[in-house]
Design a protein around this ligand. Structure first.
Ligand SMILES: C[S@@+](CC[C@H](N)C(=O)[O-])C[C@H]1O[C@@H](n2cnc3c(N)ncnc32)[C@H](O)[C@@H]1O
Length: 277
């Protein structure tokens, strides 16, 4: 499994996400309030950064949230957080380990474990905060999108957000890796994380490799240095629309920010909402 090393270190992942003002939660809660689902699936739920607040909303509004995650360390952390939640939130929440590229296997197993009806469909499926970058080939993309379509009821919504392609950045790393630069430095609770990155873009495969070097100082003074390499699929807006169209979705909206602005030439984010037809 060639996933990022940082996903085996949820303390570090949480420190870096806390340091960023991602600001995506109000968008997802607003979307679920409008959709009024009964069942929501979040693919790539990580440590539950979004899953837990969405399950709290579900407990209040009468929907369930299932979080699917491939990396056991991330899932264990989400389970730890879930234990701190009130009983109604825990009841509204299911967490399962599985690979989104084989959604049928992962969800059939989940239903077996829960003793639930196997054909139960979701009303909304979310792939938030760049999860789709991990599906690096067209086969992987098609398998995830087709799986999502099979597990959504007709009229259900698939929502995906990825980083918008930054042509200047991609070009800078096209012929050789970019010079290494500092891209994150954060301290919290006595821990410090410093991260540098060098990027390389392969225009033929639309894959960008980000070689992150982490330097982490722990509360007890211990220091850890490691590399976390991430090969991500770069998505262009029309390609994303085609992917939805080719797998049984009508493209509903293509947004460029969590504030709901339409996608434009310099939008930092590519947020696509497709309705299952
Ligand atoms: C950028 S993180 C986002 C985590 C979480 N959604 C959040 O907003 O903090 C991407 C997550 O997707 C998970 N992931 C990557 N490939 C996956 C796959 N094939 N199936 C399920 N989860 C996957 C990673 O392990 C990681 O936890």
């Amino acid at each position: 499994m060639a996933l990022e090393e940082v996903y085996r270190r949820p303390d570090d992942y949480e420190l870096e996400t806390q340091a960023r003002e991602i600001g995506d939660l109000p968008f997802w809660t607003g979307l679920l309030q409008r959709e009024r689902p009964a069942r929501v699936l979040e693919i790539g739920c990580g440590c539950g950064r979004l899953t837990l607040p969405l399950a709290r909303l579900g407990a209040a509004q009468g929907f369930s949230v299932t979080g699917l995650e491939i990396e056991s360390a991330m899932l264990r952390r989400a389970e730890e957080h879930a234990r701190d939640e009130a009983a109604p939130t825990r009841q509204a929440l299911q967490l399962a380990q599985g690979d989104a590229r084989g959604l049928d296997g992962a969800l059939h197993q989940l239903h077996r474990l829960a003793g639930a009806e196997d054909s139960a469909a979701f009303d909304v499926i979310l792939m938030p905060y760049g999860v789709a970058h991990h599906f690096t080939t067209p086969d992987e993309q098609l398998s995830v999108w087709r799986g999502a379509r099979r597990w959504l009821r007709a009229g259900g919504l698939l929502a995906v957000d990825v980083t918008a392609p930054d042509l200047e950045r991609l070009l800078a790393g096209r012929d050789a890796p970019t010079p290494r630069r500092l891209d994150l430095e954060v301290s919290c609770g006595g821990r410090t994380l410093r991260r540098t990155v060098a990027t390389r873009y392969d225009a033929a495969t639309q894959q960008e490799t980000l070689a992150y070097d982490y330097h982490v100082s722990e509360v007890d003074g211990a220091v850890r240095d490691y590399r976390s390499q991430f090969t991500m699929r770069v998505y262009f807006p029309r390609e994303l629309a085609l992917l939805f169209g080719a797998t049984g979705f009508g493209m509903e909206r293509l947004l460029g920010s969590y504030r709901g602005e339409p996608y434009r030439a310099r939008s930092p984010l590519l947020l696509a909402l497709g309705r299952a037809v």
